[in-house]
Design a protein around this ligand. Structure first.
Ligand code: AMP
Length: 444
């Protein structure tokens, strides 16, 4: 199959040739003809599958072939994304695909001054990539009108809900024209996403290019169990032992990112960090330097790292497990892209056993465990498996009490594997975001 056989016009084919894209990926092969035919789309596609071109190429073609010239302060197509980094990344891809077309493109997001964005929008923009909060600010300040909008694209829709953007999405949805084409892309499909799709899409075509909620099988994954306080030490030990060259590390919180970066830098290791508290320019610079291999270790929170396209990343380390199990799939999706093999190592302490269990249930696999010599945990990490069971070690019996009269009352001794005693099971904690309810959460 070729891009030409999917019905793409010559200026787009030329851009693809420049970029070296020869064959459409599975998501592109399905999405391009459907979008060109005007269908709404609900697509499950992991990052790295080529989904951006899957929606951007037919979108650009439709905008070129149909519709009026863009009016001032108007947009003809809107691509909503969860983070600033993704906005930059998607915009850059769209800009490259549109290289030979008479279309204008732009990206707006928070954390930077709104005035230059307002100025730029005065002329109108054919394709606008935006994060939901800043888009609403611009709309409320009358810098944007939606009456010319013909296409809405929700990219990484699951992540937008996870980040608490459901209220913003509802507000945006209410001010858009009802007559429009809508494309929804999400790496994973939770019930909340299906609900959102039900509200926003009209008779959508469903596309699923990878099995639901399954991590890329080109990524070798395992867990190293360790006590929480020894994680930094273990990380450094593994890094030296494995002679790691380029590693993307995920930590749970902004403070966690800063603490690890400081520790690594203190040892002369070339490390940098990105999280939501850092100015956009600093985050972009750290990312660019990491991509150019000028930074060896990049430590990030989920928000900052979501959707980043880093080629040939050999290793992802989960310094902390993600709170939301779906994020595990996104995190390890940074490696093993386009058929390359990758590795994903998770450092797991006893506190994280329920998170581990939720990940194993979601990805339908039991992650192999390893223990590093000299780092054996004092706090045992209970066994887990893909069934969602957390197998707690039976408690040691209390010392038998001696009651009055010297008669010994022996407590019931529970041997492990005693079939008469049911294994305690703890259901994994899964967060289900709900569309249009609840307050906006703090960024991690
Ligand atoms: P995405 O899933 O949209 O983030 O794309 C992942 C990476 O694959 C990006 O670096 C794209 O430039 C690249 N890519 C997308 N489609 C193709 C294709 N058909 N052939 C080669 N590379 C592609």
């Amino acid at each position: 199959m070729t891009f030409a056989s999917l019905g793409l016009i010559e200026p787009l084919l030329r851009s693809l040739e420049t970029l070296g894209y020869q064959t459409p990926t599975p998501v592109q092969a399905q999405a391009i003809p459907a979008v060109l035919a005007g269908r709404d789309l609900m697509a499950a596609a992991q990052t790295g599958t080529g989904k951006t071109a899957g929606f951007a190429l037919p979108l650009l073609q439709l905008l070129t072939m149909e519709g009026p010239k863009v009016a001032s302060n108007s947009v003809r197509a809107l691509i909503l994304v969860p983070t600033r980094e993704l906005a930059e990344q998607v915009h850059e891809a769209v800009r490259q695909y549109a290289e030979n077309l008479p279309l204008s493109t732009y990206a707006v997001y928070g954390g930077v001054s709104i005035n230059p964005q307002m100025m730029k929008l005065r002329k109108g923009v054919d394709v606008l990539v935006a994060t939901p909060g800043r888009l609403l600010d611009l709309y409320r300040q009358k810098a944007l009108k939606f009456n010319q909008l013909q296409t809405l694209i929700l990219d990484e829709a699951d992540r937008m809900l996870d980040l608490g953007f459901s209220e913003e999405l509802g507000n945006i949805y209410r001010v858009l024209p009802k007559q429009r084409q809508t494309l929804l892309f999400s790496a994973t499909f939770s019930d909340a996403i299906r609900l959102l799709a039900g509200q926003m899409l009209n008779d959508p075509l469903s596309i699923e290019v990878s099995p639901r909620n399954v991590a890329a099988n080109t990524v070798k994954q395992w867990v190293v169990v360790v006590d929480k306080k020894r994680k930094p030490e273990l990380f450094i030990h593994l890094m030296r032992k494995g002679k790691w060259k380029q590693v993307l590390v995920f930590a749970k919180t902004r403070n966690g990112v800063d603490a690890l970066v400081e520790k690594l830098q203190g040892l002369g290791i070339n490390a940098d960090g990105i999280h939501g508290d850092k100015p956009q320019a600093t985050r972009q610079r750290a990312l660019d330097r990491f991509k150019a291999s000028e930074v060896q270790i990049l430590v990030a929170t989920d928000v900052a790292a979501r959707g980043l396209d880093i080629e040939d990343l050999p290793l992802v380390v989960n310094f902390d497990l993600p709170i939301v199990a779906e994020d595990y799939i996104h995190r390890i999706g940074r490696t093993g892209r386009a058929g390359a093999t990758g590795q994903a190592i998770s450092l797991v302490c006893a506190d994280e056993v329920n998170l581990l269990s939720a990940i194993e249930t979601l990805t339908r696999q039991t992650l192999p465990r390893q223990m590093e010599h000299d780092f054996e945990p004092e706090h045992r990490v209970p066994d887990t498996d893909a069934s969602g069971q957390v197998v707690k070690k039976p408690k040691k019996p209390k010392k038998p009490k001696t009651s009055g009269g010297g008669k010994r009352n022996l407590g019931k001794w529970v041997e492990s594997g005693d079939a008469s005693v049911p294994e305690p099971s703890i259901k994994p904690v899964r967060k289900v975001p709900v569309f249009n309810t609840g307050p906006r959460k703090r960024k991690p």
